[in-house]
Design a protein around this ligand. Sequence first.
Ligand code: ADP
Ligand code: MG
Length: 679
Amino acid sequence: MNLTDSVETLKGIGPKTAETLKKVNIKTVRDFFYNLPRDYENYQAATTIAEVKPGKIVVKGKIEKLNLIRAKRRNFSIVEGLIRDETGTIKVVWFNQTYRMNQFAPDKEYLFSGTYEFRNGRFQLTSPSSALYADVDPGSGLSPVYVAHGKLKSGDFRRLLDGARDKFAEIPDLLPTVEAGTRKEALFKAHFPTSGEAVKEARDYLAYEELFELILASRLNQQENDKLKAVPLKFEAEKIRDFVARLPFKLTNAQRKAAWEIFQDMEKPRPMNRLLQGDVGSGKTMVAALAAYEAVLSRGQVAIIAPTAILASQHYEGIGPLLGKFGVKTALLTSATKDKLGLKKQIVNNGVDIVIGTHAILTDDTEFANLSLVIIDEQHRFGVEQRQKLALKSPSGVAPHLLAMTATPIPRSLQLTIFGDLDISILDELPKGRQPIETKILPEINISEKLYPKILETVKKGQQVYWICKAIDTTGEVPDGFESGKDLTSVKTRTRKLKEVFPKLRVEFLHGKMKPAEKDAVMTNFANGEIDILVSTTVVEVGVDVPNATLIVIENAEGYGLAQLHQLRGRVGRGLVKSDCFLLTSGDDKPSKRLQELEKSTDGFYLAEVDLKLRGPGEIYGALQHGALDLRIASLSDTRLISRAKKDAEEFLKLGDKMAEYKELMAGISKYQQITTLN
Ligand code: ADP
Ligand code: MG
């Protein structure tokens, strides 16, 4: 058996099953073994049916009288029947699980775990999980639960794995230094647990494996970066001091320190690889301007890359005039630029010092005479290939220095592992005079009473309002986290409603499907105070700066991640007056922990730690970056495992060229390298 073989080579997996598995990315034998249980159902506490009481129960029995009832509502079905043991029967009901009709053999015993409750005038067991009694380990009572994929339900995975039981023995180890057992044992225990302890051992081992890979990837990135050459840029103390002295405000200490760290990096003959982290409003742009000026003073060119055209224009308007006073030539290059060819000619002839634009600068044919610094706003990720592309854009062939900026703080535990190859500067201080943002969770039904008066008051004071919606309209694609479009109030519907409620106010909308020129026009009007309420999707999420906006309403707040909510909220509180944020919830459920935390704190670093705990790193970085970082097992708060993996990875690095002999490991790592690196 080879781990890279197709799953089809396993006994019991025919072409049809293989095809289904392929659709969910289970292609090889390795993928198959690593499709780990999502959870374990514990059937230990089974009682007889005669003993059943309302609440959480586990019973063992045979199924009879199954019936499929289709409701009038489309896409809704009920399967109901009886569970019988030697002491009696209880009613069982499943909603929208039609496959239950064909799941049970009448003569076999099954275990059921779920809630026994009074519903629709009778007692019933509602949508219990189930397992074939013979499949469940009698000692532990544990049964693994797999994520269902289309036709393949959890039980099907159990059966397929059972068929491959004897193949586990052939699984080779992945890692060189194995202290805590072997991979084959760990995987076997994960799929066929004999105790809670065994489950923990399995997870620990597999988490260790994962951490080892991550840390190794990050260390290899560092080594590769060290091999690259860059043009050292001399620190021009005198000129920088003069620039700072003429700013309309004093730099914060954090800004000074970050700039200092950057200047020191750029003086070296190898490329800077630095991430500037700072909460929304902490003044990252000013630090970027300082770095850019420094590069220009050494006759280098700078590219500043923003995630959207709106942001690029804003940077252009902010940085252009500021540095223009010192003779620096800045240009904006986006899809809306009129004479693109002319501008590109100027750039390649060194007629422009700083080019500000979107990612298009990296991918199109723009060439630089002497690109020495690249600044990327609101993005962590920057692939190896992209930096190579940049080096090619400069005839000198050396790699530019790199500064990435983000308002999404990376929790310390992640810094040690995934982003270990990055140097990090932190702006942990807001400019003086910032007012706090008051955040309130508000059920949507209360908006006319609690929110509308606030909006009127805000606009009367000459201030402006953002109103964020999840969807553009109700017909399009349904965003993640929502069952259907009808649960959402869209940008268009909300705009219409607000115009009805406030006929005298100027209400406009903004969304990502509008033409760039239309978007820019709306954003410019808003920035100029010609719009009172801007109803928008999250296109305003990153970086947009309108200090006169002091109220933000986030509709369907439950549908966003914590980091994103924090980002959105940061659109206000940028001026000198107190701002407010309303988080609208649609149901009458208790607000999630996420929203409660957001209500309590405005500290981005604290919220990032909370988010990491609540959702896990995969979720956070999956959503944040283009490539999903799929940490399936490891908890990055497990410092014991991390330090062990770190030590062992360092040891492994000493093998040098011999590392290549660990083919599977090295192949897996190049995948991680793509995701985590900035170089
Ligand atoms: P972010 O870190 O979110 O990108 P910005 O760079 O957009 O923040 O800065 C937010 C606002 O704060 C801008 O209007 C900027 O001019 C202002 N600002 C930056 N640094 C300072 C400072 N040291 N003192 C006062 N205001 C500052
Ligand atoms: Mg910014």
